[in-house]
Design a protein around this ligand. Sequence first.
Ligand code: ARG
Length: 427
Amino acid sequence: MKRIALAVVALLSSVSASAETPDSATVVITAARMLDVVSGKIVQNPQIVTENGRITLVTTSDRHVVTDARRIDLGDLTILPGLIDMHVHLTSDPTLSGMQALSYPGSFWTVLGTAMAKRTIEAGFTTVRNVGSADYADLGLKMAIERGAIPGPRIVPATYSIGATGGHCDSNELPANYVFDRPGIADGPDGVRQKVRELHRRGAEVIKYCATGGVFSIGTSVGAQQYTQAEMNALVDEAHMLGLKVAAHAHGTNGIKAAIRAGVDTVEHVSFADAEAFELAKKAGTWFSMDIYNDDYILAEGAKNGVPESSLAKEREVGLRQRQTFQAAWKAGVKMAFGSDAGVYPHGDNARQFAKMVEWGMTPIDAIRAATVKAAEALGREADVGQIAPGRYADIIAVAGDPTKDVNLLRDVKAVVKGGSLVKDAR
Ligand code: ARG
């Protein structure tokens, strides 16, 4: 009781202070309902007070009314925290797969990224981790978004994905004698340390590396480990020393375990993880970020999009197995965060993955937590995103109905507020 009274006093005094600034920074957001993602309960008539983009008070409309503020009333909708995707490539286009992608210059992909950033935020994803792009394009996008020049989500940029020579993060499709720059490539414990330092110096906020082969690379075996334990240990040690989290691309069993043993924060894809990998992950507190919607899209559209047959064959090996692993890992108690690999499938369709997560063993609220409060934890950004709670950014989305009854409502986000500003209103 006492605490609430104090909060209101603090609130009122700060309201009058900010009223002096021409465009009042206080914004009050109301709606018919709010999904509290922590408790899983629906709250009636929420009222969210925000100041300078951050939430200062979460209450209900029948409590106190702040008069001196701008209002965003989301009417009969249900609000919930802005969604988080741990694995996107904003500068990729799935319909330009395979060799045809090589005829577009770097500038093309950066420009394309501006459109994909808009699609992403309009789909309700207000924070994304961009785990690999060329030319530092994710940094440029992030800066343009932060300046307000273009709409888009908050971006945690990895810049280049780090990978071994000839591995999944290399570019193996060109002729053997063709010499070109491969800024993400590093070998040996010292080499990967140096690469981490270099990317950190240039602005990477997370380190992404390839621990095993993959589906879309040429000439890699999807299950094969591509860095030694010593290389992974050095890479993770260096990143952590610099305060950066590490995401490891890993499909194969041994590569997954080596990555977990090295201490990575998240493992991506995780297709062939076994029971021992689950135990290692649980003990180390490692998160899995599993892109289990992808398989449907790749097998349906891949050939048309230019994906080579060698990759489609690998996808047929991985798709079903990855979903079974997802189910088993969740049942075993491994921590899960939502990662879609959008870019491999169309940006803006990120939320299609929720139904897959439910189909493969999660309750709807757990799938929603994986993309909100849990993803924020996995990012180490609990102070900023993932919950409608005081101190965090006022990143709020609205849907028509209760998403814990039907997760597909998240595919039709009606309104998006980012940092207290309405960036989409499709009511
Ligand atoms: N980027 C990943 C790779 O090339 C995509 C894997 C997609 N397939 C899947 N079943 N999740 O390996």
